[in-house]
Design a protein around this ligand. Structure first.
Ligand code: ATP
Length: 585
Protein backbone atom coordinates (compact mmCIF):
# COMPACT_ATOMS: atom_id res chain seq x y z
CA UNK A 1 0.00 0.00 0.00
CA UNK A 2 2.79 2.44 0.91
CA UNK A 3 4.25 1.92 -2.54
CA UNK A 4 1.23 3.75 -3.93
CA UNK A 5 2.06 6.77 -1.78
CA UNK A 6 5.74 6.56 -2.72
CA UNK A 7 4.90 7.86 -6.22
CA UNK A 8 4.56 11.26 -4.54
CA UNK A 9 8.37 11.43 -4.45
CA UNK A 10 8.37 12.87 -7.97
CA UNK A 11 6.74 16.02 -6.58
CA UNK A 12 9.12 16.62 -3.66
CA UNK A 13 9.71 20.29 -4.42
CA UNK A 14 6.04 21.21 -4.85
CA UNK A 15 5.21 19.26 -1.68
CA UNK A 16 7.95 21.05 0.23
CA UNK A 17 6.61 24.40 -1.01
CA UNK A 18 3.04 23.47 -0.02
CA UNK A 19 4.18 22.34 3.44
CA UNK A 20 6.24 25.47 3.96
CA UNK A 21 3.20 27.59 3.09
CA UNK A 22 1.07 25.50 5.47
CA UNK A 23 3.56 26.18 8.23
CA UNK A 24 3.48 29.89 7.43
CA UNK A 25 -0.32 29.95 7.64
CA UNK A 26 -0.16 27.95 10.82
CA UNK A 27 2.46 30.20 12.39
CA UNK A 28 0.21 33.20 11.81
CA UNK A 29 -2.77 31.41 13.26
CA UNK A 30 -0.86 30.45 16.39
CA UNK A 31 0.57 33.91 16.90
CA UNK A 32 -2.83 35.59 16.80
CA UNK A 33 -4.09 34.59 20.31
CA UNK A 34 -0.70 35.60 21.72
CA UNK A 35 -1.02 39.05 20.15
CA UNK A 36 -4.62 39.24 21.33
CA UNK A 37 -3.46 38.55 24.90
CA UNK A 38 -0.96 41.41 24.53
CA UNK A 39 -3.67 43.76 23.24
CA UNK A 40 -5.96 42.87 26.19
CA UNK A 41 -3.38 42.87 28.99
CA UNK A 42 -1.13 45.75 27.85
CA UNK A 43 -3.53 47.76 25.68
CA UNK A 44 -7.22 47.49 26.70
CA UNK A 45 -6.75 46.84 30.45
CA UNK A 46 -4.10 49.60 30.69
CA UNK A 47 -6.05 51.92 28.29
CA UNK A 48 -2.96 52.22 26.04
CA UNK A 49 -4.34 52.94 22.54
CA UNK A 50 -0.83 52.96 21.03
CA UNK A 51 -0.30 49.29 21.98
CA UNK A 52 -3.74 48.39 20.58
CA UNK A 53 -2.98 50.18 17.28
CA UNK A 54 0.52 48.70 16.95
CA UNK A 55 -0.45 45.08 17.65
CA UNK A 56 -3.73 45.48 15.74
CA UNK A 57 -1.65 46.53 12.68
CA UNK A 58 0.67 43.53 13.18
CA UNK A 59 -2.38 41.22 13.31
CA UNK A 60 -3.72 42.69 10.07
CA UNK A 61 -0.34 42.29 8.32
CA UNK A 62 -0.12 38.68 9.47
CA UNK A 63 -3.66 38.02 8.21
CA UNK A 64 -2.64 39.20 4.73
CA UNK A 65 0.45 36.94 4.80
CA UNK A 66 -1.78 34.00 5.84
CA UNK A 67 -4.17 34.78 2.99
CA UNK A 68 -1.41 34.81 0.34
CA UNK A 69 0.15 31.66 1.81
CA UNK A 70 -3.26 29.94 1.70
CA UNK A 71 -3.83 30.75 -1.97
CA UNK A 72 -0.31 29.65 -2.97
CA UNK A 73 -0.69 26.47 -0.91
CA UNK A 74 -3.91 25.60 -2.80
CA UNK A 75 -2.06 26.08 -6.06
CA UNK A 76 0.75 23.66 -5.14
CA UNK A 77 -1.65 21.17 -3.53
CA UNK A 78 -3.80 21.02 -6.68
CA UNK A 79 -0.71 20.65 -8.87
CA UNK A 80 0.66 17.75 -6.81
CA UNK A 81 -2.65 15.91 -6.32
CA UNK A 82 -3.76 16.12 -9.96
CA UNK A 83 -0.40 15.01 -11.34
CA UNK A 84 -0.15 12.24 -8.76
CA UNK A 85 -3.62 10.97 -9.76
CA UNK A 86 -2.59 11.11 -13.42
CA UNK A 87 0.57 9.07 -12.68
CA UNK A 88 -1.27 6.40 -10.69
CA UNK A 89 -3.98 6.03 -13.33
CA UNK A 90 -1.32 5.62 -16.01
CA UNK A 91 0.63 3.07 -13.97
CA UNK A 92 -2.50 1.03 -13.21
CA UNK A 93 -3.56 1.19 -16.87
CA UNK A 94 -0.12 0.06 -18.06
CA UNK A 95 -0.10 -2.75 -15.52
CA UNK A 96 -3.53 -3.91 -16.62
CA UNK A 97 -2.37 -3.87 -20.25
CA UNK A 98 0.38 -6.30 -19.31
CA UNK A 99 -2.05 -8.67 -17.54
CA UNK A 100 -2.52 -12.18 -18.83
CA UNK A 101 -6.00 -13.68 -18.96
CA UNK A 102 -5.25 -15.49 -15.73
CA UNK A 103 -4.62 -12.12 -14.06
CA UNK A 104 -7.87 -10.78 -15.48
CA UNK A 105 -9.75 -13.59 -13.80
CA UNK A 106 -8.64 -12.18 -10.43
CA UNK A 107 -9.90 -8.68 -11.17
CA UNK A 108 -13.28 -8.32 -12.85
CA UNK A 109 -13.47 -5.46 -15.40
CA UNK A 110 -15.90 -3.48 -13.21
CA UNK A 111 -13.49 -3.63 -10.28
CA UNK A 112 -10.57 -2.48 -12.44
CA UNK A 113 -12.65 0.45 -13.67
CA UNK A 114 -13.54 1.47 -10.09
CA UNK A 115 -9.90 1.17 -9.10
CA UNK A 116 -8.77 3.34 -12.01
CA UNK A 117 -11.44 5.98 -11.43
CA UNK A 118 -13.03 6.21 -7.99
CA UNK A 119 -10.07 4.81 -6.02
CA UNK A 120 -7.61 7.11 -7.78
CA UNK A 121 -9.93 10.08 -7.11
CA UNK A 122 -10.04 9.17 -3.40
CA UNK A 123 -6.26 9.21 -3.31
CA UNK A 124 -6.09 12.45 -5.25
CA UNK A 125 -8.53 14.16 -2.89
CA UNK A 126 -6.66 12.94 0.16
CA UNK A 127 -3.33 14.18 -1.18
CA UNK A 128 -4.92 17.56 -1.87
CA UNK A 129 -6.44 17.67 1.60
CA UNK A 130 -3.19 16.52 3.20
CA UNK A 131 -1.25 19.32 1.65
CA UNK A 132 -3.97 21.84 2.29
CA UNK A 133 -5.25 21.00 5.76
CA UNK A 134 -4.29 17.54 6.89
CA UNK A 135 -0.90 18.64 8.20
CA UNK A 136 -2.28 21.90 9.40
CA UNK A 137 -4.75 20.15 11.66
CA UNK A 138 -2.31 18.03 13.71
CA UNK A 139 0.24 20.82 13.73
CA UNK A 140 -2.36 23.29 14.92
CA UNK A 141 -3.27 20.77 17.58
CA UNK A 142 0.33 20.38 18.72
CA UNK A 143 1.07 24.09 18.23
CA UNK A 144 -2.02 25.04 20.25
CA UNK A 145 -0.81 22.94 23.17
CA UNK A 146 2.78 24.23 22.95
CA UNK A 147 1.65 27.85 22.79
CA UNK A 148 -0.72 27.28 25.73
CA UNK A 149 2.19 25.80 27.69
CA UNK A 150 4.26 28.89 26.87
CA UNK A 151 1.42 31.21 27.97
CA UNK A 152 0.78 29.35 31.24
CA UNK A 153 1.98 25.80 31.66
CA UNK A 154 -0.08 25.04 34.76
CA UNK A 155 -3.40 25.91 33.13
CA UNK A 156 -2.35 24.19 29.87
CA UNK A 157 -1.92 20.88 31.72
CA UNK A 158 -5.68 20.35 31.21
CA UNK A 159 -5.01 20.14 27.47
CA UNK A 160 -1.95 17.93 28.00
CA UNK A 161 -4.17 15.39 29.77
CA UNK A 162 -7.14 15.62 27.38
CA UNK A 163 -5.26 15.34 24.09
CA UNK A 164 -3.63 11.87 24.46
CA UNK A 165 -7.12 10.46 25.24
CA UNK A 166 -8.42 12.06 22.06
CA UNK A 167 -5.48 10.87 19.95
CA UNK A 168 -5.86 7.30 21.16
CA UNK A 169 -9.55 7.41 20.25
CA UNK A 170 -8.75 8.91 16.82
CA UNK A 171 -6.22 6.20 15.93
CA UNK A 172 -8.78 3.53 16.83
CA UNK A 173 -11.39 5.19 14.57
CA UNK A 174 -8.84 5.43 11.74
CA UNK A 175 -8.02 1.73 11.90
CA UNK A 176 -11.63 0.63 12.09
CA UNK A 177 -12.83 2.99 9.36
CA UNK A 178 -10.02 1.83 7.00
CA UNK A 179 -11.36 -1.72 7.01
CA UNK A 180 -14.94 -0.55 6.69
CA UNK A 181 -14.20 1.68 3.69
CA UNK A 182 -12.46 -1.20 1.90
CA UNK A 183 -15.80 -2.99 2.06
CA UNK A 184 -17.49 0.17 0.75
CA UNK A 185 -15.19 0.19 -2.30
CA UNK A 186 -15.92 -3.51 -2.90
CA UNK A 187 -19.65 -2.75 -2.84
CA UNK A 188 -19.02 0.05 -5.32
CA UNK A 189 -17.42 -2.57 -7.58
CA UNK A 190 -20.70 -4.48 -7.30
CA UNK A 191 -22.78 -1.48 -8.41
CA UNK A 192 -20.45 -0.84 -11.33
CA UNK A 193 -20.61 -4.50 -12.36
CA UNK A 194 -24.40 -4.53 -12.50
CA UNK A 195 -24.46 -1.19 -14.35
CA UNK A 196 -21.88 -2.36 -16.86
CA UNK A 197 -23.67 -5.63 -17.58
CA UNK A 198 -26.94 -3.78 -17.82
CA UNK A 199 -25.74 -1.18 -20.30
CA UNK A 200 -23.92 -3.74 -22.42
CA UNK A 201 -26.90 -6.07 -22.52
CA UNK A 202 -29.54 -3.38 -23.01
CA UNK A 203 -30.90 -4.84 -26.26
CA UNK A 204 -31.29 -8.25 -24.68
CA UNK A 205 -32.92 -6.82 -21.56
CA UNK A 206 -35.48 -4.97 -23.65
CA UNK A 207 -36.13 -7.96 -25.90
CA UNK A 208 -36.63 -10.28 -22.92
CA UNK A 209 -38.64 -7.67 -20.97
CA UNK A 210 -36.23 -8.09 -18.04
CA UNK A 211 -36.29 -4.45 -16.97
CA UNK A 212 -37.83 -5.15 -13.57
CA UNK A 213 -35.44 -8.00 -12.89
CA UNK A 214 -32.46 -5.80 -13.76
CA UNK A 215 -33.85 -2.94 -11.66
CA UNK A 216 -34.06 -5.31 -8.70
CA UNK A 217 -30.49 -6.43 -9.25
CA UNK A 218 -29.31 -2.83 -9.40
CA UNK A 219 -31.33 -1.86 -6.35
CA UNK A 220 -29.86 -4.71 -4.37
CA UNK A 221 -26.28 -3.76 -5.28
CA UNK A 222 -27.01 -0.10 -4.64
CA UNK A 223 -28.65 -0.90 -1.31
CA UNK A 224 -25.64 -2.93 -0.20
CA UNK A 225 -23.40 0.04 -1.06
CA UNK A 226 -25.67 2.43 0.84
CA UNK A 227 -25.83 0.20 3.93
CA UNK A 228 -22.06 -0.27 4.06
CA UNK A 229 -21.41 3.44 3.49
CA UNK A 230 -23.93 4.47 6.14
CA UNK A 231 -22.43 2.15 8.76
CA UNK A 232 -18.93 3.44 7.93
CA UNK A 233 -20.03 7.06 8.10
CA UNK A 234 -21.89 6.41 11.34
CA UNK A 235 -18.59 5.59 13.01
CA UNK A 236 -17.22 8.96 11.94
CA UNK A 237 -20.47 10.75 12.87
CA UNK A 238 -20.34 9.32 16.40
CA UNK A 239 -16.69 10.21 16.77
CA UNK A 240 -17.20 13.96 16.15
CA UNK A 241 -19.53 14.67 19.12
CA UNK A 242 -17.40 12.39 21.32
CA UNK A 243 -14.29 14.40 20.48
CA UNK A 244 -16.07 17.71 20.99
CA UNK A 245 -17.49 16.53 24.31
CA UNK A 246 -14.01 15.82 25.71
CA UNK A 247 -12.77 19.18 24.42
CA UNK A 248 -15.72 21.09 25.88
CA UNK A 249 -15.12 19.51 29.28
CA UNK A 250 -11.46 20.58 28.99
CA UNK A 251 -12.47 24.18 28.14
CA UNK A 252 -14.87 24.31 31.10
CA UNK A 253 -12.08 23.10 33.35
CA UNK A 254 -9.71 25.74 31.99
CA UNK A 255 -12.34 28.48 32.59
CA UNK A 256 -13.08 27.21 36.10
CA UNK A 257 -9.44 26.92 37.14
CA UNK A 258 -8.52 30.11 35.23
CA UNK A 259 -11.25 32.21 36.96
CA UNK A 260 -10.06 30.98 40.35
CA UNK A 261 -6.44 31.82 39.52
CA UNK A 262 -7.37 35.31 38.21
CA UNK A 263 -9.21 36.09 41.46
CA UNK A 264 -6.13 34.92 43.38
CA UNK A 265 -4.02 37.17 41.14
CA UNK A 266 -1.71 34.33 40.03
CA UNK A 267 -2.67 34.58 36.34
CA UNK A 268 -3.54 37.44 33.95
CA UNK A 269 -6.97 37.62 32.26
CA UNK A 270 -5.30 37.78 28.82
CA UNK A 271 -3.53 34.49 29.53
CA UNK A 272 -6.81 32.74 30.32
CA UNK A 273 -8.39 34.26 27.20
CA UNK A 274 -5.42 33.10 25.08
CA UNK A 275 -5.55 29.51 26.39
CA UNK A 276 -9.35 29.35 25.92
CA UNK A 277 -8.81 30.73 22.41
CA UNK A 278 -6.23 27.99 21.67
CA UNK A 279 -8.63 25.40 23.07
CA UNK A 280 -11.45 26.58 20.80
CA UNK A 281 -9.12 26.39 17.82
CA UNK A 282 -8.14 22.86 18.82
CA UNK A 283 -11.87 22.04 19.09
CA UNK A 284 -12.57 23.28 15.58
CA UNK A 285 -9.52 21.38 14.33
CA UNK A 286 -10.94 18.19 15.84
CA UNK A 287 -14.02 18.48 13.61
CA UNK A 288 -11.75 18.88 10.62
CA UNK A 289 -9.70 15.92 11.84
CA UNK A 290 -12.73 13.64 11.81
CA UNK A 291 -13.35 14.54 8.17
CA UNK A 292 -9.68 13.93 7.51
CA UNK A 293 -9.98 10.55 9.15
CA UNK A 294 -12.84 9.74 6.83
CA UNK A 295 -10.83 10.82 3.78
CA UNK A 296 -7.68 9.06 4.98
CA UNK A 297 -9.53 5.84 5.79
CA UNK A 298 -11.01 5.83 2.30
CA UNK A 299 -7.62 6.67 0.79
CA UNK A 300 -6.03 3.85 2.79
CA UNK A 301 -8.61 1.42 1.42
CA UNK A 302 -8.14 2.78 -2.11
CA UNK A 303 -4.35 2.66 -1.87
CA UNK A 304 -4.63 -0.97 -0.80
CA UNK A 305 -6.86 -1.79 -3.78
CA UNK A 306 -4.59 0.04 -6.24
CA UNK A 307 -1.56 -1.62 -4.65
CA UNK A 308 -3.17 -5.02 -5.25
CA UNK A 309 -3.26 -4.31 -9.00
CA UNK A 310 0.24 -2.84 -9.16
CA UNK A 311 1.74 -5.68 -7.14
CA UNK A 312 0.10 -8.42 -9.19
CA UNK A 313 2.66 -10.67 -10.74
CA UNK A 314 2.00 -11.03 -14.45
CA UNK A 315 2.04 -14.80 -14.78
CA UNK A 316 2.77 -14.83 -18.50
CA UNK A 317 6.02 -13.11 -19.26
CA UNK A 318 9.17 -13.51 -21.26
CA UNK A 319 11.71 -15.93 -19.83
CA UNK A 320 15.48 -15.64 -19.75
CA UNK A 321 15.63 -17.98 -22.78
CA UNK A 322 13.73 -15.51 -24.98
CA UNK A 323 15.56 -14.89 -28.23
CA UNK A 324 15.04 -11.18 -28.91
CA UNK A 325 15.87 -11.61 -32.61
CA UNK A 326 13.04 -14.12 -33.22
CA UNK A 327 10.15 -13.04 -35.44
CA UNK A 328 7.63 -15.04 -37.45
CA UNK A 329 9.00 -15.36 -40.99
CA UNK A 330 7.04 -18.21 -42.59
CA UNK A 331 4.08 -19.04 -40.39
CA UNK A 332 4.67 -22.79 -40.06
CA UNK A 333 2.74 -24.01 -37.00
CA UNK A 334 3.15 -27.28 -35.18
CA UNK A 335 1.43 -28.64 -32.07
CA UNK A 336 3.37 -31.43 -30.35
CA UNK A 337 1.38 -33.46 -27.80
CA UNK A 338 -0.21 -30.33 -26.37
CA UNK A 339 -2.27 -30.60 -23.22
CA UNK A 340 -3.94 -27.50 -21.86
CA UNK A 341 -6.09 -26.74 -18.86
CA UNK A 342 -7.53 -23.36 -17.83
CA UNK A 343 -5.99 -22.37 -14.49
CA UNK A 344 -9.26 -22.33 -12.59
CA UNK A 345 -10.67 -25.39 -14.33
CA UNK A 346 -10.33 -28.95 -13.08
CA UNK A 347 -10.12 -30.79 -16.38
CA UNK A 348 -7.88 -30.38 -19.41
CA UNK A 349 -9.72 -28.85 -22.38
CA UNK A 350 -7.06 -30.04 -24.84
CA UNK A 351 -5.39 -33.42 -24.52
CA UNK A 352 -2.37 -34.68 -26.42
CA UNK A 353 -3.12 -32.52 -29.48
CA UNK A 354 -0.63 -32.96 -32.35
CA UNK A 355 -0.79 -31.63 -35.90
CA UNK A 356 1.13 -29.29 -38.18
CA UNK A 357 0.31 -26.64 -40.75
CA UNK A 358 2.72 -25.70 -43.54
CA UNK A 359 3.58 -22.17 -44.62
CA UNK A 360 0.65 -20.54 -46.44
CA UNK A 361 -1.69 -23.48 -45.83
CA UNK A 362 -5.22 -23.18 -44.51
CA UNK A 363 -6.39 -25.41 -41.69
CA UNK A 364 -10.09 -25.62 -40.90
CA UNK A 365 -10.87 -26.56 -37.31
CA UNK A 366 -14.21 -28.20 -36.66
CA UNK A 367 -15.85 -29.84 -33.71
CA UNK A 368 -18.89 -29.58 -31.51
CA UNK A 369 -19.39 -26.56 -29.26
CA UNK A 370 -17.02 -26.61 -26.30
CA UNK A 371 -14.68 -29.13 -27.96
CA UNK A 372 -11.71 -26.77 -27.50
CA UNK A 373 -11.37 -25.00 -30.87
CA UNK A 374 -10.95 -21.46 -29.50
CA UNK A 375 -8.73 -22.72 -26.69
CA UNK A 376 -6.46 -24.35 -29.29
CA UNK A 377 -5.85 -21.26 -31.43
CA UNK A 378 -5.35 -19.05 -28.34
CA UNK A 379 -2.19 -21.00 -27.58
CA UNK A 380 -0.44 -19.80 -30.76
CA UNK A 381 -0.17 -16.09 -29.77
CA UNK A 382 0.50 -17.34 -26.21
CA UNK A 383 -2.62 -15.86 -24.70
CA UNK A 384 -2.43 -18.89 -22.43
CA UNK A 385 0.44 -21.21 -21.57
CA UNK A 386 0.37 -24.93 -22.44
CA UNK A 387 0.53 -27.34 -19.52
CA UNK A 388 2.30 -30.03 -21.46
CA UNK A 389 3.78 -30.43 -24.93
CA UNK A 390 4.89 -27.65 -27.25
CA UNK A 391 3.47 -25.12 -29.68
CA UNK A 392 6.04 -24.35 -32.36
CA UNK A 393 6.02 -21.50 -34.87
CA UNK A 394 8.63 -21.72 -37.62
CA UNK A 395 10.16 -24.58 -35.66
CA UNK A 396 10.67 -22.55 -32.47
CA UNK A 397 8.71 -22.89 -29.25
CA UNK A 398 6.39 -19.89 -28.89
CA UNK A 399 7.88 -19.38 -25.41
CA UNK A 400 11.17 -18.38 -27.04
CA UNK A 401 9.63 -15.51 -29.01
CA UNK A 402 9.48 -12.01 -27.55
CA UNK A 403 5.71 -11.72 -26.88
CA UNK A 404 5.42 -8.54 -28.95
CA UNK A 405 7.14 -9.94 -32.00
CA UNK A 406 5.14 -13.19 -31.79
CA UNK A 407 1.80 -11.37 -31.63
CA UNK A 408 2.91 -8.86 -34.27
CA UNK A 409 2.99 -11.64 -36.83
CA UNK A 410 -0.48 -12.92 -36.00
CA UNK A 411 -3.86 -11.52 -37.06
CA UNK A 412 -6.70 -12.54 -34.79
CA UNK A 413 -10.39 -12.26 -35.61
CA UNK A 414 -12.24 -13.23 -32.43
CA UNK A 415 -15.55 -15.03 -32.26
CA UNK A 416 -17.32 -11.91 -31.12
CA UNK A 417 -16.34 -8.91 -33.24
CA UNK A 418 -14.97 -6.16 -31.01
CA UNK A 419 -14.99 -2.62 -32.36
CA UNK A 420 -13.97 0.65 -30.76
CA UNK A 421 -15.57 4.07 -30.79
CA UNK A 422 -14.03 5.90 -33.77
CA UNK A 423 -14.23 6.05 -37.55
CA UNK A 424 -14.29 3.02 -39.82
CA UNK A 425 -10.75 3.90 -40.95
CA UNK A 426 -9.57 4.08 -37.34
CA UNK A 427 -11.14 0.72 -36.56
CA UNK A 428 -9.48 -1.03 -39.50
CA UNK A 429 -6.19 0.87 -39.09
CA UNK A 430 -6.12 -0.16 -35.42
CA UNK A 431 -4.68 -3.47 -36.66
CA UNK A 432 -1.45 -1.92 -37.87
CA UNK A 433 0.43 1.05 -36.53
CA UNK A 434 0.60 3.85 -39.13
CA UNK A 435 -1.53 1.96 -41.68
CA UNK A 436 -1.93 4.06 -44.84
CA UNK A 437 -5.31 4.87 -46.37
CA UNK A 438 -4.53 2.56 -49.30
CA UNK A 439 -3.75 -0.32 -46.95
CA UNK A 440 -7.01 0.24 -45.07
CA UNK A 441 -9.05 0.30 -48.29
CA UNK A 442 -7.26 -2.78 -49.68
CA UNK A 443 -7.96 -4.73 -46.48
CA UNK A 444 -11.59 -3.61 -46.53
CA UNK A 445 -11.94 -4.77 -50.13
CA UNK A 446 -10.49 -8.19 -49.33
CA UNK A 447 -12.71 -8.49 -46.27
CA UNK A 448 -15.69 -7.80 -48.61
CA UNK A 449 -16.75 -4.74 -46.64
CA UNK A 450 -15.56 -1.97 -48.98
CA UNK A 451 -18.85 -1.65 -50.88
CA UNK A 452 -20.84 -1.50 -47.64
CA UNK A 453 -18.53 1.19 -46.27
CA UNK A 454 -18.94 3.24 -49.47
CA UNK A 455 -22.69 3.27 -48.84
CA UNK A 456 -22.32 4.60 -45.25
CA UNK A 457 -23.17 8.33 -44.77
CA UNK A 458 -19.53 9.41 -44.38
CA UNK A 459 -17.94 6.38 -46.02
CA UNK A 460 -14.64 5.57 -44.32
CA UNK A 461 -15.04 8.49 -41.93
CA UNK A 462 -18.38 7.21 -40.58
CA UNK A 463 -18.25 6.91 -36.81
CA UNK A 464 -18.66 3.41 -35.46
CA UNK A 465 -20.76 3.68 -32.28
CA UNK A 466 -19.71 2.12 -29.00
CA UNK A 467 -18.99 -1.59 -29.65
CA UNK A 468 -20.26 -1.11 -33.20
CA UNK A 469 -23.91 -0.67 -32.25
CA UNK A 470 -24.75 0.97 -35.59
CA UNK A 471 -23.50 -2.01 -37.61
CA UNK A 472 -24.98 -5.40 -38.37
CA UNK A 473 -23.37 -8.59 -37.04
CA UNK A 474 -21.95 -9.47 -40.48
CA UNK A 475 -20.63 -5.95 -41.00
CA UNK A 476 -18.90 -6.04 -37.64
CA UNK A 477 -17.37 -9.42 -38.48
CA UNK A 478 -16.03 -8.17 -41.80
CA UNK A 479 -14.62 -5.00 -40.23
CA UNK A 480 -12.73 -7.07 -37.71
CA UNK A 481 -11.47 -9.33 -40.53
CA UNK A 482 -10.23 -6.21 -42.38
CA UNK A 483 -8.51 -5.12 -39.18
CA UNK A 484 -6.61 -8.43 -39.06
CA UNK A 485 -5.78 -8.35 -42.78
CA UNK A 486 -4.32 -4.82 -42.70
CA UNK A 487 -1.59 -6.27 -40.51
CA UNK A 488 -0.46 -8.54 -43.36
CA UNK A 489 -0.08 -11.29 -40.78
CA UNK A 490 2.01 -14.41 -41.26
CA UNK A 491 -0.62 -16.34 -39.33
CA UNK A 492 -4.31 -15.49 -39.58
CA UNK A 493 -6.85 -16.88 -37.13
CA UNK A 494 -10.55 -16.64 -37.92
CA UNK A 495 -12.59 -17.86 -34.96
CA UNK A 496 -16.01 -18.61 -36.41
CA UNK A 497 -15.68 -15.16 -37.95
CA UNK A 498 -17.64 -15.85 -41.09
CA UNK A 499 -20.70 -17.30 -39.36
CA UNK A 500 -22.83 -14.22 -40.11
CA UNK A 501 -21.80 -14.08 -43.80
CA UNK A 502 -23.91 -15.46 -46.63
CA UNK A 503 -22.30 -18.22 -48.70
CA UNK A 504 -21.56 -15.93 -51.67
CA UNK A 505 -19.78 -13.27 -49.57
CA UNK A 506 -17.93 -15.94 -47.62
CA UNK A 507 -16.78 -17.55 -50.88
CA UNK A 508 -15.45 -14.21 -52.15
CA UNK A 509 -13.69 -13.61 -48.83
CA UNK A 510 -11.99 -17.02 -48.89
CA UNK A 511 -10.85 -16.41 -52.47
CA UNK A 512 -9.46 -12.98 -51.50
CA UNK A 513 -7.59 -14.54 -48.56
CA UNK A 514 -5.60 -16.75 -50.96
CA UNK A 515 -3.51 -13.82 -52.12
CA UNK A 516 -2.27 -13.24 -48.56
CA UNK A 517 0.78 -15.38 -48.05
CA UNK A 518 -0.28 -16.39 -44.57
CA UNK A 519 -1.01 -19.58 -42.75
CA UNK A 520 -4.71 -19.50 -41.93
CA UNK A 521 -6.73 -21.15 -39.19
CA UNK A 522 -10.48 -21.09 -39.77
CA UNK A 523 -12.70 -22.28 -36.98
CA UNK A 524 -15.99 -23.10 -38.60
CA UNK A 525 -19.11 -25.19 -38.36
CA UNK A 526 -19.69 -25.09 -42.13
CA UNK A 527 -18.46 -27.99 -44.27
CA UNK A 528 -18.56 -25.71 -47.33
CA UNK A 529 -15.97 -23.45 -45.64
CA UNK A 530 -13.87 -26.35 -44.37
CA UNK A 531 -13.72 -27.87 -47.84
CA UNK A 532 -11.88 -24.73 -49.06
CA UNK A 533 -9.04 -25.44 -46.61
CA UNK A 534 -5.98 -27.56 -47.35
CA UNK A 535 -6.62 -29.68 -44.30
CA UNK A 536 -9.29 -30.15 -41.70
CA UNK A 537 -8.81 -30.87 -38.00
CA UNK A 538 -11.73 -32.39 -36.11
CA UNK A 539 -11.73 -31.90 -32.36
CA UNK A 540 -13.84 -34.04 -30.11
CA UNK A 541 -13.89 -33.22 -26.41
CA UNK A 542 -10.38 -31.75 -26.53
CA UNK A 543 -8.83 -34.59 -28.51
CA UNK A 544 -7.93 -34.76 -32.20
CA UNK A 545 -10.58 -36.99 -33.71
CA UNK A 546 -9.21 -36.69 -37.23
CA UNK A 547 -6.82 -34.59 -39.25
CA UNK A 548 -6.36 -34.58 -43.01
CA UNK A 549 -7.76 -33.40 -46.32
CA UNK A 550 -11.49 -33.47 -47.09
CA UNK A 551 -11.04 -36.63 -49.12
CA UNK A 552 -8.96 -38.33 -46.43
CA UNK A 553 -11.47 -37.50 -43.72
CA UNK A 554 -14.33 -38.88 -45.77
CA UNK A 555 -12.52 -42.20 -45.60
CA UNK A 556 -11.18 -42.06 -42.04
CA UNK A 557 -13.59 -40.04 -39.91
CA UNK A 558 -17.15 -41.23 -39.31
CA UNK A 559 -17.74 -37.98 -37.34
CA UNK A 560 -16.77 -35.91 -40.37
CA UNK A 561 -19.00 -37.93 -42.66
CA UNK A 562 -21.87 -37.41 -40.22
CA UNK A 563 -21.26 -33.65 -40.32
CA UNK A 564 -21.23 -33.67 -44.10
CA UNK A 565 -24.44 -35.68 -44.13
CA UNK A 566 -26.18 -33.34 -41.74
CA UNK A 567 -25.31 -30.25 -43.78
CA UNK A 568 -26.04 -31.42 -47.32
CA UNK A 569 -29.10 -32.83 -49.06
CA UNK A 570 -28.74 -36.28 -50.66
CA UNK A 571 -27.86 -34.95 -54.10
CA UNK A 572 -25.28 -32.51 -52.77
CA UNK A 573 -23.90 -35.17 -50.44
CA UNK A 574 -23.35 -37.48 -53.36
CA UNK A 575 -21.68 -34.68 -55.27
CA UNK A 576 -19.40 -33.74 -52.37
CA UNK A 577 -18.50 -37.24 -51.24
CA UNK A 578 -18.86 -39.29 -54.35
CA UNK A 579 -20.96 -41.89 -52.53
CA UNK A 580 -24.58 -42.38 -51.62
CA UNK A 581 -25.76 -41.21 -48.23
CA UNK A 582 -26.70 -44.68 -46.93
CA UNK A 583 -23.27 -46.09 -47.64
CA UNK A 584 -21.63 -43.81 -45.07
CA UNK A 585 -23.86 -44.54 -42.13
N1 ATP B 1 -11.57 -18.78 -19.62
C1 ATP B 1 -11.97 -20.02 -19.39
N2 ATP B 1 -11.82 -20.54 -18.18
C2 ATP B 1 -12.21 -21.81 -17.92
N3 ATP B 1 -12.77 -22.64 -18.82
C3 ATP B 1 -12.95 -22.17 -20.06
C4 ATP B 1 -12.56 -20.84 -20.41
N4 ATP B 1 -12.86 -20.65 -21.71
C5 ATP B 1 -13.40 -21.80 -22.16
N5 ATP B 1 -13.44 -22.71 -21.17
C6 ATP B 1 -13.93 -24.11 -21.29
O1 ATP B 1 -13.10 -24.78 -22.20
C7 ATP B 1 -13.83 -25.65 -23.03
C8 ATP B 1 -13.52 -25.37 -24.49
O2 ATP B 1 -13.93 -24.06 -24.80
P1 ATP B 1 -13.66 -23.42 -26.23
O3 ATP B 1 -14.13 -22.02 -26.18
O4 ATP B 1 -12.26 -23.66 -26.61
O5 ATP B 1 -14.62 -24.31 -27.12
P2 ATP B 1 -15.04 -24.11 -28.63
O6 ATP B 1 -14.85 -25.43 -29.28
O7 ATP B 1 -14.31 -22.96 -29.23
O8 ATP B 1 -16.58 -23.78 -28.45
P3 ATP B 1 -17.56 -22.94 -29.38
O9 ATP B 1 -17.69 -23.66 -30.67
O10 ATP B 1 -18.83 -22.93 -28.60
O11 ATP B 1 -16.95 -21.60 -29.50
C9 ATP B 1 -15.30 -25.43 -22.67
O12 ATP B 1 -15.71 -26.50 -21.87
C10 ATP B 1 -15.32 -24.15 -21.87
O13 ATP B 1 -16.27 -24.21 -20.85
Amino acid sequence: MWKVFSYLKAYRLAIAAALFLTLLELGVELLQPLIMAKIIDQGILKSDLGVVKLWGGVMFGLAIIAFIAGVANSFFSAHVSQNYGFDIRRRVFEKVQSFSFVNFNKFPASSLITRMTNDVTQLQNTVFMSLRIMLRAPLLLAGGVIMSLIVNWKLAMVLVVALPILLFFLSWVLKKAGTMFRDVQDKLDGVNRVMRENLMGMRLIKAFLRRDHESDRFEQASDELKTKTVSSLRLIEVSIPALLFVMNVAILLILWIGTKQVSLGSIAVGEVVAIVNYSFRISSVLTIISFIIMAFSRAKASAHRIGEVLDTEVDLSESADTDQSLAIKKGVVEFKHVTFQYPESEVAVLQDVSFSVKEGETLAIMGSTGSGKTSLVQLIPRLYEVNDGQVLVDGQDVKLYPIESLRNGIGVVPQEAVLFTGSVTENIGWGKEHATEEEVVAAAKDAQIHETIEKLPNKYETRVGQRGVNLSGGQKQRLSIARALVRQPKILMLDDSTSALDLKTEGKLLTALRKYSCTTFIITQKISTAMEANRILILDDGRVEAWGTHEELLKTSPLYVKMVQSQFGEEEFQHVTGFKQTSST
